[in-house]
Design a protein around this ligand. Structure first.
Ligand SMILES: [Zn+2]
Length: 229
């Protein structure tokens, strides 16, 4: 993002002051990060606490997707930004997370031609509790030139809350939880799917499986963060 704000951006930033995605403090010239990639998103205190996933091994065996792009670790300032979104229901961290995901997709999947861009769906129950699907919010702000369909997959309503389960129970619970939504056709297509956090890989595996069973040629994934150390 450019450091030179347009007039419209200046007015918008006065009406809706930008907050740090991690700690929520208001950002101004005096306290925003000096890092050009993080300015407008993180404050000077939080930016050094950001832990990037680059160089970390988050590749899981036997996954159903071709590859996964992940910019951040679920730790430090990134984790705080995700907690703000998922549990404090503060969507102010979405532009930061989406910006990170977009950059990683552009770098890691350079040259890959995607046919459809989608996200991991939520159940109606979790949508009604939280009010939004955080994976979709992030995906909606990712600016790539690919036709999107954020309702491509449907999640079975009976799958419950994943993060309270252990790895084996989570995988069993989630294995058949996703299916192609009615009226969709993915035959021969290359799909890019966005999720919030890679924990065990079970969710992305299940989504990839559903897409491949429906005839997709290949599935690529992107997550804002990895919880795998
Ligand atoms: Zn901060």
């Amino acid at each position: 993002m450019s450091k030179n704000k347009s007039e419209a951006d200046k007015i918008l930033s006065i009406l809706f002051p930008q907050k740090c995605a991690s700690c929520g403090c208001y950002l101004g010239k005096e306290n925003e990060s000096d890092d050009i990639l993080l300015a407008h998103f993180l404050c000077k205190n939080c930016a050094p606490r950001l832990i990037r996933a680059e160089g970390k091994n988050y590749d899981l065996p036997h996954h159903g997707y071709e590859n996964v792009a992940i910019p951040l670790c679920y730790d430090g300032a990134g984790k705080d930004a995700m907690l703000r979104l998922k549990f404090a229901l503060d969507i102010g961290s979405v532009p930061f997370l989406a910006n990170e995901v977009e950059r990683e997709i552009r770098t890691k999947f350079y040259g890959v031609k995607f046919d459809t861009f989608t996200c991991v769906p939520a159940t109606k129950l979790s949508l009604s509790k939280r009010g939004f699907n955080q994976s979709q919010l992030i995906a909606e702000r990712v600016g790539i030139d690919v036709p999107y369909d954020f309702s491509l997959l449907t999640k079975d309503e009976s799958t419950g809350v994943q993060h309270k389960l252990g790895a084996a129970a989570r995988r069993l619970n989630i294995e058949n939880a996703y299916s192609l939504s009615p009226g969709r056709d993915v035959v021969g297509k290359t799909i890019l799917i966005v999720d919030d956090i890679l924990t065990t890989g079970a969710t992305l595996d299940a989504c990839s499986r559903a897409l491949r069973l429906a005839g997709a040629r290949a599935v690529y994934a992107a997550c804002a963060m990895t919880a795998i150390q």
